[in-house]
Design a binder for this molecule. Sequence first.
Ligand code: PLP
Length: 224
Amino acid sequence: MENRIGKEIEQLRKEIPSGVTLVAVSKFHPVEAVMEAYDAGQRCFGESRVQELLAKIPECPQDIRWHFIGHLQTNKVRALIGRTALIESVDSERLLELIDVESRKAGVVTRVLMQLHVAREETKFGFLPEELLEYFREHRFEKLTNTHICGVMGMASNTDDMERVASDFAEIRRVFDQIASDSSLGLRGFDTVSMGMSHDWPLAVRNGSTMVRIGTRIFGERNY
Ligand SMILES: *Cc1c(COP(=O)(O)O)cnc(C)c1O
């Protein structure tokens, strides 16, 4: 078991194509586990709970880029602003507007991804593809002053049916492409498609992922 985390990071780095960002999902794992990955060169980490993230930040090196990947409650937004390199899980327009307001107050620009809901069952969070397309088609993003939308994030259905998983990923990528290729929107830096976890990331990459979020494979099972 000696330095198993570091070895997984090194192995993943060989497997993941260059150009795809690895987010090491450290939620429910202690700072010691984060540090093992850090010592193997990992700098980008994902957390899904605000309290846990805020507790870890002062205990960890300053050059870590923290991604928030969980459902963000509106009453926790203020505490999170200025602490993240990327909020991957913007799942409603109301949340997005609140992030913008709080970012303006704090004098920072917050980078975010829009979470898409394509999976059949698991989560109720996220924009339906048509909702997100409409959001951009109507140029509603133009009123944001302190939020930079960098792309989309999504999860595939939690099923052994790999055709289903592949088609979920393809759907996420299709929605991204439709937005990214619309030059009338004038988007800048809309270039990130975050999809793929421990068990399905190769399929996500084959379907156009540019960012994978991997927890269990690196850190082992979580004790909730
Ligand atoms: C926990 C989590 C992951 C990591 O999942 P693993 O199966 O442990 O790799 C990825 N994305 C999100 C949004 C998560 O909540």
